[in-house]
Design a protein around this ligand. Structure first.
Ligand code: MG
Length: 160
């Protein structure tokens, strides 16, 4: 059976995953409004993935004889200044999520709860991917910006 302390900490993470899901859904709405339907689609998938994390954590708590709870989920931001800004926020947020999961792992180690440590490794591994994906998109957008400036430079350079 899972300790109450660990149960409560995972319940806190369930709310955090739901907040992440809402953040990405909010970004999806923002991108749709701005006409970036591809980014909007990516964000909707990302949002669903975060909600799946919440479900997985709830299932785990229940399986270990604990009580899964849906806690308070704070309101999420609703606008960003550009696609680059939004993806920079995604990257920063994923780094924050990594620190939250690491904190849960520290607690599971402290409590000598091996099944929870095993359960959390999946999320720790996944955060490596999440951070790499987000920073990869940030880099791509930055390079695209450079390409656009390069093209503009070429255009003005051709002036007779
Ligand atoms: Mg997550």
């Amino acid at each position: 059976m899972i300790s109450e302390k660990l149960q409560d900490a995972i319940n806190g993470q369930i709310a955090a995953e739901m907040w992440s899901s809402n953040l990405y859904l909010s970004m999806a709405f923002y991108f749709d409004k701005e006409g970036f339907t591809g980014f909007a689609n990516w964000m909707k998938k990302q949002s669903q993935e975060e909600l799946d994390h919440a479900y997985q954590m709830a299932d785990y708590v229940i399986k270990r004889g604990g009580v899964a709870k849906v806690g308070e989920v704070a309101v999420v931001p609703q606008s960003w200044t550009s696609p680059l800004h939004a993806f920079e926020v995604v990257y920063e947020h994923e780094c924050h999520v990594t620190s939250l999961i690491n904190g849960l792992m520290d607690l599971a180690v402290e409590e000598k709860d091996r099944p929870t440590q095993d359960f959390l490794w999946t999320f720790i591994r996944e955060q490596v991917e999440e951070e790499a994906t987000a920073s990869g998109i940030v880099d791509r957008i930055k390079k695209m910006g450079d390409t656009a400036i390069f093209n503009l430079d070429q255009q003005y350079g051709a002036r007779q």
